[in-house]
Design a protein around this ligand. Structure first.
Ligand code: SF4
Length: 234
């Protein structure tokens, strides 16, 4: 691992301190702190499920950059939710696309790479585009929550992202699915229609199924492959 620059070392200790100090703070206060601390060096990521994070971020920092990874494999409902969020919320949508279109990837790697090598497909369509985009920022905001998966149980509200050498802010880490649903209902948020159609976690169409009733809400992602994360948060 390369040596941290002076600025990165400063950001690392800032993140570690804020992770402790903001543990009990509201999501909105965490985002206000992030906006004051990082200004336009802050990016919010959104998968356009229920748009809670985009809504909270727009309240804390109107015009904030919201990054959407447009993999080329999204459900039409997800794209519609993205377009509606851009029109309705005070955000600056940064729509990020992979280097290869789906057709170019099919030509180079063969069709349905997601079935044969989902890690490679995610690396090209999600991880690389995100890395390329985040390189222009000092801090990024995610909607990950401790209750989503055992791999996310120790998520801090602010932490150091050692993989990218930047600050990672998880303002709704302490929230439950009920908290998300209540916030969305109380504020009349845009919700991806698939969330009302049995889906509980939405990614690319070929890799997302409705989970069986009573099972882990993320079990419909890469169902049957053993894969649980796309590589953005691991
Ligand atoms: Fe490819 Fe599936 Fe990953 Fe989307 S979620 S990038 S289709 S493997």
């Amino acid at each position: 691992m390369s040596e941290l620059t002076e600025r990165q070392a400063e950001l690392k200790s800032l993140a570690e301190r804020a992770g402790e100090e903001l543990e009990e703070a509201s999501a909105l206060d965490i985002l206000r702190w992030a906006a004051e601390t990082f200004g336009d060096r802050l990016a919010v990521t959104s998968s356009m499920e229920e748009t809670v994070l985009a809504h909270l971020a727009s309240a804390a920092s109107p015009g904030v950059d919201v990054v959407f990874l447009d993999t080329g494999y999204h459900f039409a409902e997800t794209i519609g939710t993205r377009d509606a969020a851009e029109a309705v919320y005070k955000i600056t949508l940064i729509n990020v696309t992979p280097r290869l279109t789906v057709a170019e990837q099919d030509a180079e790697y063969g069709p349905r790479l997601y079935e044969r090598d989902p890690n490679l497909c995610c690396a090209m369509r999600k991880v690389e585009p995100l890395e390329r985009t985040l390189a222009g920022y000092e801090a990024w905001v995610t909607g990950i929550r401790r209750d989503q998966a055992p791999t996310r149980a120790n998520t801090k509200v602010v932490e150091w992202d050692a993989k990218r050498n930047m600050v990672k802010i998880n303002p709704i880490a302490r929230w439950t699915q009920d908290d998300v649903d209540a916030y969305a209902a109380e504020n009349g948020l845009l919700v991806n229609p698939l969330m009302q159609d049995g889906y509980t976690s939405i990614g690319c169409a070929p890799c997302t199924r409705r989970p069986e009733p009573g099972t882990d809400p993320r079990s419909g992602r890469w169902s049957g492959t053993g894969k649980v994360e796309c590589g953005l948060h691991g």
